[in-house]
Unconditional design. Structure first.
Length: 94
């Protein structure tokens, strides 16, 4: 693999990682908003099936938010490992 191929691969990986990070951020923001709205709605409902359903939605949104945070952290770690390996590869190519 020559230097141009490494740079091309780097750009492709950077683009892919940025796309995934953007999607994860969007999912996290939507989940946070759904959680807040569901919580507000649930507070005003009397006990019953509808309140249980809205509370369920709130809990699912909370789990999605937590999962998105974990995925975001994992992406950051994988990106760091990739960059370290890439720099090591570039040093070896020189």
């Amino acid at each position: 693999m020559n230097r141009i191929e490494i740079l091309s691969s780097t750009d492709e990986v950077d683009t892919a990682v940025q796309t995934v990070e953007n999607v994860v951020d969007a999912v996290e923001k939507v989940a946070e908003q759904v959680e807040k709205v569901a919580e507000d709605i649930a507070e005003g409902l009397p006990a019953g099936k509808l309140k249980n359903a809205v509370t369920f939605i709130e809990n699912v949104a909370d789990q999605i938010d937590d999962t998105a945070e974990v995925v975001g952290d994992a992406i950051d770690k994988v990106s760091l490992i990739y960059l370290i390996n890439l720099r090591f590869s570039i040093v070896l190519v020189r």
